[in-house]
Design a protein around this ligand. Structure first.
Ligand SMILES: [Fe+2]
Length: 490
């Protein structure tokens, strides 16, 4: 193995340790077991341990003609009780899939059979430490990832493959429609690097654009797969400081990486603290990189902030507009062990940054003052101007409803789930013969507290206040989770 390859692996391992990383609790495998408490193990965050397969689900309303395919959502779902700590990002990936075909709907949920899942299944108990635990320094020194990849965060369907993603590790390939696990993929050995949970598919070229970052280095590796899923390029992008970057945006010509001041410092970790901290004295730095790797990147400074999720970006003359959901700082509820002293409100609001490539000026403004997260749009418009964004809103156990933002008028309309009902990310599915940007359906799982069951809701994106087009009743509850995808024609 070459020296540089060893170095990269070691750094990726630190990355893994880091990214997720360690509130740095020391850990002893033979320590007496205590029940691990976490809000992410309670209520409808608690895991379901059974795998269901059920055909001919009861439907309230009508499954629309043209909605044929499979909705799949990923999320953390620990197979066994954790041994020493639990962060929401730790749980084994579980897929919840609803297939709609010939006017009928079926459901199945499946654990993703990762190496972690398989080892622990064999042992009959949890074996691996969580991201709040001190990583094994021997693993780190040996270039081994001390944390196992649970593949629990998101999904992308590209080049006829469904992939489960986890930001700091390789994607896992899955089978459709049975949701069995094929195994991890490095795209023919060409992509051995952390792989974002939020890659983008260029709707014109069919390329898959992705990145990975190495938390202890000021570096992003920006990659492109062609429409057949074959690796084409990896472009190293230098940052001023190491940064946690969960999502990025692309336009036809550029990729834009937001280097938030959620930064990493190994010295803090070695002193027993969290290596991650939000350095509010630092600005956000947007790094704009030509997609073809030719030409110099440009960096724009914006106010200090943090965002998990961005909606979209587009070019217009010399300007690039970016829309996202922006927090004033990293949210303390997802702490990696750092202490939060700032008690001022920290909600993510719809927000716009405008970058002028000619004048090198950046302007920014909030678009609303309400909390919004998990922004989605019509994916046929990645990198192009969108009028509509769909965000989860509300301050209940999870989202109280989906809010459709009209970026042109500044107005919004809501679909509210009702008392005691909470939903997740809304995935937009265009109608096969769509005549406009919002001519389609929004799909999300909604949990009903009183029934302790979930439904897949099908909403009319063009008429948010209407009753759901269909409510597909599931045999179990679906724990609150992360991101979903629609695969047409499965
Ligand atoms: Fe995400």
């Amino acid at each position: 193995m070459s020296r540089s390859r060893r170095r990269f692996l070691a750094e990726s391992a630190v990355a893994a340790a880091a990214l997720v990383h360690p509130g740095l609790r020391s850990f002893a495998a033979d320590a007496p077991k205590k029940k691990v408490n976490s809000p992410f193990l309670e209520g409808n965050f608690a895991p379901v341990r059974e795998e269901f397969t059920e055909e001919n689900l009861k439907v309230t309303g009508t499954l629309p003609k043209g909605l044929e395919g499979m909705f799949v959502r990923n999320g953390p779902n620990p197979q066994f009780d954790p041994i020493s700590s639990y962060h929401w990002f730790d749980g084994d990936g579980m897929l919840h899939g609803v297939r709609i075909r010939d006017g009928k709907a079926s459901y199945r949920n499946r654990f993703i059979r990762t190496e972690k899942y398989t080892d622990e299944k064999k042992a009959g108990k949890a074996l691996y430490r969580g991201i709040l635990d001190m990583p094994d320094l021997k693993d780190l020194a040996g270039g081994k990832n001390p944390y196992k990849n649970p593949a629990n965060t998101a999904l992308v369907y590209h080049a006829d493959k469904l992939l489960a993603l986890y930001e700091i590790a390789e994607p896992y390939e899955l089978k459709l429609p049975d949701l069995d696990t094929v195994g991890p993929t490095t795209f023919g050995g060409k992509v051995k690097q952390p792989f974002t949970a939020h890659p983008k598919i260029d709707p014109v070229t069919g390329e898959l654009l992705f990145f990975g970052y190495v938390p202890n280095r000021p570096l992003v590796l920006f990659g492109t797969l062609n429409k057949k899923g074959e690796w084409v390029t990896t472009v190293p992008v230098k940052l001023e400081k190491p940064a946690m970057i969960h999502d990025f945006v692309v336009t036809p010509k550029y990729a834009l990486f937001p280097a938030w001041p959620q930064t990493f410092d190994m010295a803090r970790m070695l002193k027993g603290g969290s290596p991650w901290f939000f350095d509010k004295a630092q600005p956000t730095r947007w790094v704009v990189v030509p997609r073809d790797g030719k030409g110099q990147p440009k960096t724009f400074e914006a106010k200090t902030a943090f965002a998990f999720h961005l909606l979209n970006a587009w070019e217009s003359g010399d300007e690039i507009t970016v829309i996202g959901c922006r927090y004033p700082r990293f949210p303390g509820v997802l702490t990696f062990g750092e202490k939060e002293d700032d008690k001022t409100p920290n909600v993510s609001v719809p927000y716009q940054w405008t970058l002028n490539l000619k004048t090198d000026k950046l302007t920014e403004t909030p678009l609303h003052d309400f909390a919004a997260e998990f922004p989605r749009h019509n994916d046929t418009l990645v990198g192009k101007e969108v009028r509509y964004g769909y965000v989860g809103y509300g301050e209940g156990d999870f989202f109280d409803g989906l809010r459709k933002l009209d970026l042109k008028t500044g107005k919004f309309t809501d679909h509210t789930y009702g008392a005691g009902r909470f939903g997740g990310e809304g995935v937009f599915v265009p109608k096969p013969d769509a005549k406009g940007e919002d001519d389609g359906w929004l799909l999300t799982f909604v949990y009903d507290k009183a029934a302790d069951k979930s439904e897949l809701l099908v909403m009319d994106a063009a008429d948010m206040t209407a009753k759901p087009v269909a409510r597909i009743h599931l045999p179990t509850r679906v724990p609150y989770g992360f991101h979903g995808a629609w695969v047409a024609g499965v």
